[in-house]
Ligand binder design. Structure first.
Ligand code: FPP
Length: 228
């Protein structure tokens, strides 16, 4: 039998973009776009049980998102609170291990407490859903390089051991929604050899079918890692 394991994405990362435009097109408040964005997250996480993906990393709040109006930042934080409250049991029941990447301990202390509890309760899950919160890749790389330098030589391997994602496979596939074509300081190290797919779909409209299509496209790409 042909070995196509190379063609299966183990780690998929998504930049969930376009919530604001989704709302604007419907003359709804931006908060409604984010709310529908959370529903898209919920549906996608549920669909993972039928997919071969080991890890899904979602960009929920970047270290640059603090620049948004205060109202919007609190809407996003409140959505995070209610998402954990409503979906944690389902994560546990479905064997999903929650992971948080980023400087999440700097968030409001009640969220930090909720996340600590969620991490503890999901720690035996076999499939990882990593949520990037207060995350910036340049900050992560600088932090990892500092930690590597304090105990060892600085090499790609020593830096990698100090990244938030040290226990995860490298990102195979990045998907960004809403037609924007940039990386926005997301997992820059981890995506060194990632395939990238940019789709026009706005995040609240993104469904498991879109993820299946992206995985099919990924499976047809030839990855050479600099070789030939
Ligand atoms: C980009 O849309 C989206 C965000 C900045 C936040 C993404 C967050 C969620 C989908 C909800 C929280 C997630 C979880 C896991 C509970 P945008 O506002 O930049 O859209 P625009 O570019 O159209 O204005």
């Amino acid at each position: 039998m042909a070995d196509n394991s190379q063609n299966q994405a183990r780690h998929v990362a998504i930049i969930m973009d376009g919530n604001g435009r989704w709302a604007k097109r419907r003359a709804l408040p931006r908060a409604m776009g984010h709310k529908r964005g959370v529903e898209a997250v919920r549906t996608l996480v549920r669909s993972l049980k039928d997919m071969p993906i080991e890890c899904l990393t979602l960009y929920a709040f970047s270290s640059e998102n603090w620049k948004r109006p205060q109202d919007e930042v609190s809407d996003l934080m409140n959505l995070m609170r209610s998402f954990i409250r409503s979906d944690l049991d389902e994560f546990v029941a479905n064997g999903v291990r929650l992971k948080i990447v980023g400087d999440w301990r700097a968030l409001d202390s009640d969220i930090v407490d909720m996340l600590e509890d969620a991490l503890e309760r999901t720690r035996n899950g076999t499939r990882t859903v990593a949520v990037a919160l207060n995350y910036g890749a340049q900050q992560e790389i600088a932090m990892a390089a500092r930690a590597a330098a304090s105990e060892d030589e600085i090499t790609p391997e020593s830096i990698e051991r100090h990244l938030f994602t040290a226990d995860l496979p490298p990102v195979d596939l990045l998907i960004r929604t809403s037609g924007e074509v940039r990386l926005s300081n997301f997992l820059l190290w981890q995506m060194a050899y990632a395939e990238m797919i940019f789709v026009e779909t706005l995040w609240p409209d993104f469904t498991p079918r879109h993820l299946h299509e992206a995985l099919d496209t990924f499976a047809m790409r030839e990855r050479r890692y600099g070789g030939r």
